[in-house]
Design a protein around this ligand. Structure first.
Ligand code: OFO
Length: 169
């Protein structure tokens, strides 16, 4: 059984993951309209992944005798001036999500809820990976500079982007 504090904290994270999915959906749609086929494919996949993160939390809360709360999502506020600022925002967003997960992990220790602490380790690893991927992509973007050919190749590569960083065990 989840304590009220843990349940509220997990429900807060459900909302964070749902909003993440919306943010990536907005990025995907922008990229699609701009003709960045690879970037949009990547962002649509990211959006689906975030929804999966949300669902994993929903199932966990309900399985532990709690009740998941599905709240309204917030309209994403994004700077859509170019693809570079898009990916910078992606990294900043993931850093914020990591912080939110860390706070959640801290609450499980305060509450001595070791089952939820254990459950959240998957999210801790996931955040390490997502931040590392975002930094890897930004490094590539910096290398491209103003090279149009490089941008074409980058967009193409993003179509089949797979994590460059092995998930920590
Ligand atoms: Fe849910 O992992 Fe990113 O935000």
């Amino acid at each position: 059984m989840l304590s009220q504090t843990i349940q509220a904290a997990l429900n807060g994270q459900i909302s964070v993951e749902g909003n993440s999915s919306q943010i990536y959906l907005a990025m995907a749609s922008w990229a699609e309209v701009q003709g960045f086929e690879g970037i949009s494919t990547f962002m649509y996949a990211q959006s689906d992944e975030e929804r999966m993160h949300m669902l994993k939390l929903v199932k966990y809360v309900n399985q532990r005798g709690g009740e998941a709360k599905i709240s309204a999502t917030v309209e994403p506020v994004l700077d859509l001036s170019n693809y570079k600022v898009l990916f910078k925002q992606l990294l900043i967003h993931e850093e914020k999500v990591s912080q939110s997960i860390n706070e959640l992990v801290g609450i499980t220790l305060d509450e001595r809820d070791y089952a939820t602490h254990n459950f959240l380790q998957w999210y801790v690893s996931e955040q390490i990976e997502e931040e590392a991927n975002a930094r890897y992509i930004l490094d590539k973007i910096n290398l491209i500079g103003d090279d149009k050919g490089g941008l074409y190749l980058f967009d193409n590569e993003m179509k089949n982007f797979t994590s460059q960083i092995p998930t920590p065990q």
